[in-house]
Design a protein. Sequence first.
Length: 244
Amino acid sequence: MMITKRVASSLSSSIVRPTLASRSLSLFSRSFSTETNNNLNTHTNKIPDAVRVDDIKFPTQHWDHYIKPKPEDEPESRSFAYLVVGGAGVGIAASAKNAVVTVLSAMAPAADVLAVSSVEVDLSEIEEGTSVLVKWRGKPLFIRHRTAAEIDDAASVDVGSLPDPQPDDARVVKPEWLVLVGVCTHLGCIPIGGAGDFGGWFCPCHGSHYDISGRIRKGPAPQNLQIPPYRFTAEKKIVVGDDE
């Protein structure tokens, strides 16, 4: 009987203790929550409704140490800088010019090469009213011994009516001797002598007609037949490729 009472008393004590602990914890939580809410309300009430950016102040006095002062002679310094840049530009341009001239000079043919590129022609064997074909620098040369009638016919042409205006006397050194590069100025064909509508040369490729002075008279060719550089070394002897 006594044992039973002790057991019941122990059980009753174990049930009551947790209940009291739970009540105490609940009261503490309520008290802490109330105090926290009061503190938050107190701090919240101190925050203004709106904060302007202008009202925010930052300490800037230490920035002065890093600000580079503006030089008093800034205009003079700028002018000097412009002068230096301009001088450098002129120097670079001069160097580039010298380099280009050097390269072009190196690419130009030497004197011995130019000597080989000239050809001497004896005109004494060319009869009046006939032409000969001579090779010069890989191109054909037309050399014609013109008659007096051909000279008069070439001189009587109205220069202003020509597609490529040029008087006859500007195309010859001596009126009786006509020296031409025998390449059509349209697409590089070789014209046929003694043909065409003007008694000179005719290009069968596209129908260009040249007169007895080698001037274009009809057809698609844009220019007259070219006159090579040449000079007389004797009464009836010329050197083509050298006009000095």
